[in-house]
Design a protein around this ligand. Structure first.
Ligand code: PRP
Ligand code: URA
Length: 209
């Protein structure tokens, strides 16, 4: 079974609370998603392998470290996942970025794919799938299935808010994929929205409502 990490850091809790507030406008919402994503990136990348390298400081020679192993790719799920990209690139500037376009059919709540563009060497990379919301889990789970069909073996899922229903679905379909969430909420309402959640992440990021 995959591991679920829920962030307990006071700065993340504070920023997540402002993000949830109905009165937080798009500009602040974007900045908060960006900042929370950067903070999450530290924990998400904790197990990246390093190798020792010899360097010289102005004082003497010493041993330092550089990131080794697989290169990374960020795969935001359009649209709302886009809001997390820049914050993670702050700490992983060499990562490539692939895009998967999915929207949730409002009637069936099932994900519908409409776009995909991935780095050519995606199957060789350590992948971070990004989506602020893990609700039913349909979108994240479908994106991960799609990446596995392209040969990807090493995938982590990064969400800002998750519902227990979404975590359960991803764990059932993808027991090899660790999940990182800034906040774990109560449940879904009858329209498939996370309670208490933050509403529609895409609309709040891009001001479309
Ligand atoms: C939202 C959100 C996730 C999805 C989560 O996207 O950004 O992708 O819903 O729901 P699920 O876990 O039940 O699949 P939406 O379909 O609203 O598209 P958008 O990002 O373009 O607004
Ligand atoms: N998508 C969102 O943007 N918010 C939810 O609460 C559920 C799905």
């Amino acid at each position: 079974m995959s591991k679920v990490t829920v962030f307990e850091h006071p700065l993340i809790k504070h920023k997540l609370t402002i993000l949830r507030k109905i009165e937080t406008g798009s500009k602040d919402f974007r900045e908060l998603v960006n900042e929370i994503s950067t903070m999450m990136a530290f924990e998400v990348t904790r197990d990246l392998p390093v190798r020792e390298i010899e360097i010289e400081t102005p004082i003497e020679k010493t041993t330092g470290y550089e990131i080794a192993g697989k290169k990374q790719a960020l795969v935001p799920i359009l649209r709302a996942g886009l809001g997390m990209v820049d914050g993670i690139l702050e700490v992983l500037p060499a990562a490539k970025v692939g895009h998967i376009g999915l929207y949730r059919d409002p009637e069936t709540l099932k994900p519908v794919e409409y776009y995909c563009k991935l780095p050519v060497d995606i199957s060789e990379r350590e992948i971070y799938v990004l989506d602020p919301m893990l609700a039913t889990g349909g979108s994240s789970s479908a994106a991960i299935t799609f990446l596995k069909e392209k040969g990807c073996k090493s995938i982590k899922l990064v969400n800002i808010i998750a519902a227990p229903e979404g975590i359960e679905l991803v764990q059932r379909n993808h027991p090899d994929v660790d999940i990182f969430v800034a906040g774990l909420d109560k449940k879904l309402n009858e329209h498939g929205y996370i309670m208490p959640g933050l509403g529609d992440a895409g609309d709040r990021l891009f001001g479309t409502k």
